[in-house]
Design a protein around this ligand. Structure first.
Ligand code: PEP
Ligand code: MN
Length: 381
């Protein structure tokens, strides 16, 4: 009998390994490296000393939380919403640390906030989604962190742009921060999706592929924006071998001053964590394994054929580019493209391929064709 962990199948290192070395003497950075799942929880915002301390005590009682979170300075989309209590809340966090023994994490967006947080023994700071989009803000935070030894977590930018996320990572790294983590909190998209911020899992997986050695957390609260989808999103993240989660929890979620609809009580969080299937053991017999390998061989072969076909298709498209150049035609022929999509989605229906997939797949091919024709026509190709 052969035993795989999902994490091994995804080939992500260290995931869900309850390492022997994990103990209370470990430094926070070591824990970040080794403790799986790594769980950060706390209210969206620290509102009053009483609210923060009682939430922190209840969370600590669960025995499953590694770090307490708190929003002290809240970046709000519209003015007039609660913008955080500011530095007066920092001593509450110190008190929560003392009472629970847990480290605390806070979002920072300016150099002054970094200084205030550090002056009050904050253990981890994170860069919020609205800061990651702005290289000026990230650089200011990075400069304020020079010479400081605390872990820094970086949320994905609001918009689906991995270069901005990577840029923020590089700026923080250049400041000399050794312990860096990434937080996937979903991406804003115009119009209605069922999520507050669409997860766009493929982008997070690509970021993870680029930085396999870095702590990678999911933030189900800001992805969902509601309570009823949290459990499923946490499970999805666990199945994709994330290292852990950062989640919002409040003693009285309905009356929270920010993000009320997505917060849950510590007790509900405890139940959710109990319901998660953290470590899917997949037991494969040698014959299961052979069958799986045969299927994988088929996939590899088909992928090779697809690559050859794609290359052939692009060569034809180059020839069309030369033709368009000669006849002085525009690259994009809208009617032709609509006809292609219509024909292929109709065909897709018969072949059990969804319209959405067909449109996305052929859009990618079409964009590459246009890029190549552009270089034929304008780039002297
Ligand atoms: C938060 O964590 O409370 C927060 C403001 O998150 P984000 O930066 O993901 O919007
Ligand atoms: Mn929030």
């Amino acid at each position: 009998m052969c035993c795989y962990r999902v994490s091994q199948i995804f080939n992500f290192s260290n995931i869900f390994m309850m390492d022997q070395r994990i103990n209370n003497q470990m430094t926070l950075s070591e824990k970040i490296q080794l403790k799986r799942p790594f769980i950060i929880a706390g209210p969206c915002s620290a509102e009053t000393e009483e609210q923060y301390i009682s939430t922190a005590l209840q969370l600590a009682d669960l025995g499953k939380i590694d770090v307490l979170r708190a929003g002290i300075w809240k970046p709000r989309t519209r003015p007039g919403s609660f913008e955080g209590v500011g530095s007066v809340g920092l001593p509450w966090l110190q008190q929560a640390k003392k009472l629970t023994g847990l480290p605390v994490a806070v979002e920072v967006a300016t150099a002054k906030q970094v200084e205030d947080a550090l002056a009050h023994d904050v253990d981890i700071v994170w860069v919020g989604a609205r800061s990651t989009v702005n290289p000026f803000s990230v650089q200011e935070i990075a400069d304020a962190l020079k010479g400081v030894k605390i872990p820094v977590l970086i949320k994905n930018p609001i918009n689906p742009d991995l270069e901005l996320w990577t840029g923020a990572f590089e700026r923080i790294q250049k400041a000399g921060i050794e312990s860096i983590g990434l937080i996937h909190r979903g991406f804003s998209s115009y119009g209605n999706t069922e999520y507050r911020n669409a997860p766009m899992w493929h982008l997070a997986i690509e970021m993870r592929r680029r930085h396999p050695e870095i702590l990678f957390l999911n933030d189900p609260s800001h992805i969902c924006g509601n309570r009823h989808m949290l459990q499923d999103v946490i499970q999805a993240a666990v199945d994709l071998a994330y290292d852990g989660i950062i989640i919002e929890s409040h003693i009285d979620p309905d009356n929270a001053w920010s993000d009320a609809s997505q917060q849950i009580t510590p007790a509900v969080l405890g139940e959710m964590l109990n319901n998660i299937n953290w470590e899917k053991e997949i037991n494969l017999t040698p014959s299961d394994e052979r069958a799986l390998n045969e299927l994988r061989d088929q996939i590899d072969q088909m992928d090779d054929e697809l690559m050859l076909l794609l290359s052939k298709r692009m060569k034809v498209s180059d020839k069309i580019g030369h033709y368009k150049k000669e006849k002085n035609m525009t690259i994009l022929q809208m009617k032709r493209w609509n006809d292609i999509l219509e024909r292929l989605t109709r065909k897709g229906d018969k072949l059990n391929l969804s319209d959405d997939f067909i449109v996305r797949y052929f859009n990618a091919i079409h964009m590459e064709s246009i890029r190549r024709q552009d270089s034929v026509i304008n780039g002297g190709g």
